[in-house]
Design a protein around this ligand. Structure first.
Ligand code: EPU
Length: 424
């Protein structure tokens, strides 16, 4: 077990490059189920969720190696069609093998993900969509079992624009007989990248990035050869790190087009944001102005940046309202931020944040991936020392965030932590 130690108070300076996107890598890795042969996926972040996905693919019979961000996956034809409980319980995104398994092999047995720290997170839309495509789906002994001879194209209208649901259905429909349309589809940049890669593999997908995705099924796909886009949530987290410390940082290679909602809010808060061919440059000035945010599906303000933005608003000159509309329980960072001196009142799905002049370092507990990032951000600016426990949450989705921050001047390091519950 490790903890992160931060001595706050350094204005970050310099330049840094974000890693490849976790939430793009996971579905692209799952796409290797769709075609036999040698796949190559570059710029894959070395984070726990990626390693879990590689383990899952190996269990299915795909030979996977990862070195310096390059994943090579040799799919000789699968030996198994099952995503077992021991993997799915550690990573919900394991469910994204469901679509490609049924689409390519006509069968899948995937452990049903339970609720998680941030909400109940059902997969009813994934299942409804697969049924529309002709799969028989049942729930037995905690497993979703799906089968079909060959899926047939259909029009699927999602009740809400689920990200992994859209990815699952796009992959399933890619090999279905005839045309499909996914309406009310998720529009995230990760969906667009997934469609581009599937098309390079031989799929016929149009409209990704809009609410209607049209897919003309093909009989066969070839192996993927692609480079994962930069992680927009890591970029956003580093942007706030620069802003909250009053620093001046260039996010090399970052694209403002993927950050519109966040950038608008940062500018409203008084942060200076510039874009050039080199990337995005952030300058934090004095205390931020208070800004209200409401999380929404892309292109709205991302729920994956809510906790980090709250860390910034905790220090604003006034009161801001942060409303969480995607997940019902994504406020676990609030209690920990309060231990550092934040003044936050929770009122159902919204947090009323009364800005304070300064935070003081404290021992705090990370509860989920983005909550951990918000504690790191608060620690960067708090007076004295912050110790963050359970940093394995951070390592699920950020590749060496502490190292990147250290490069920008932050006094941040890791050390051994006793497992929770140990006395003495
Ligand atoms: N939902 C349903 N039924 C479904 C599917 C979703 O009711 O069948 C609900 C969820 O409970 C939630 C909302 O729809 O309230 C949106 O969930 P979505 O399915 O879009 O989330 P996801 O696909 O499970 C992905 C990211 C999350 C990110 C969300 C929202 C991956 C691997 N995960 O999850 O990332 O928060 O989209 O943008 O892409 C993270 O990286 O920290 C993370 C949690």
């Amino acid at each position: 077990m490790q903890k992160i130690l931060i001595e706050g108070g350094v204005a970050l300076k310099g330049e840094v490059k974000a890693s490849g996107a976790k939430n793009s890598s996971l579905p692209l890795l799952m796409a290797t189920i769709l075609a036999t042969g040698e796949h190559c996926i570059r710029n894959v972040p070395n984070v726990v969720d990626v390693r879990t996905t590689c383990s899952l693919l190996r269990r299915l019979g795909i030979e996977v190696t990862m070195s310096r961000g390059v994943v090579r996956a040799n799919n000789p034809g699968l030996e198994s069609y099952e995503a077992p409980y021991d993997l799915v319980k550690t990573m919900r995104a394991s469910v994204v093998c469901l679509g490609p398994l049924v689409g390519r092999y006509g069968r899948a047995r995937v452990s049903m993900p339970g609720g998680c720290a941030i909400g109940a997170r059902p997969i009813d839309q994934h299942i409804k969509g697969l049924e529309k495509l002709g799969a028989k789906v049942s729930l037995n002994h905690g497993y979703v079992e799906a089968s079909a001879r060959r899926l047939t194209g259909a029009k699927i209208v999602l009740d809400l624009p689920t990200v992994t649901g859209t990815e699952n259905l796009m992959m399933a429909a890619a090999l279905a007989k005839g045309e499909s349309e996914i309406r009310n589809a998720a529009r995230e940049p990760e969906i667009v990248q997934m469609a581009e890669v599937l098309n390079q593999m031989g799929a016929r997908i149009q409209g990704a990035g809009s609410e209607s995705i049209k897919i003309e099924g093909v009989t066969q796909l070839g192996p993927a050869d692609c480079t994962v886009m930069a992680d927009r949530i890591e970029v956003g987290t580093l942007m706030i790190a620069a802003a909250i410390t009053g620093g001046d940082v260039l996010l090399r290679g970052a694209r403002a087009a993927h950050q519109t909602a966040l950038i608008e809010k940062l500018i409203e808060a008084g942060v200076v944001v510039g874009e050039s061919e080199h990337g995005i440059r952030i300058k934090g000035l004095a205390r931020p102005k208070p800004v209200d945010i409401t999380t929404q599906p892309y292109p709205g303000f991302p729920t994956d940046m809510q906790a980090q933005f709250m860390a910034l608003m905790v220090l604003a000159k006034g009161t801001s309202i942060i409303s969480e509309h995607i997940f019902e329980n994504r406020f676990m960072h609030v209690q920990e931020l309060k231990r550092m001196g934040a003044r936050i009142k929770l009122e159902g799905a919204r947090a009323v944040v009364r800005g304070v002049k300064k935070l003081s370092g404290a021992e705090v507990m990370a509860t989920d991936l983005r909550a951990s990032a918000s504690l790191v951000l608060a620690g960067l600016v708090a007076g004295g020392r912050t110790e963050i426990y359970r940093v394995y949450h951070l390592d699920r989705g950020y590749q060496k965030l502490d190292k990147k921050l250290r490069k920008l001047g932050a006094r941040i390091r890791r050390s051994k932590a006793r497992p929770p519950g140990t006395i003495g």
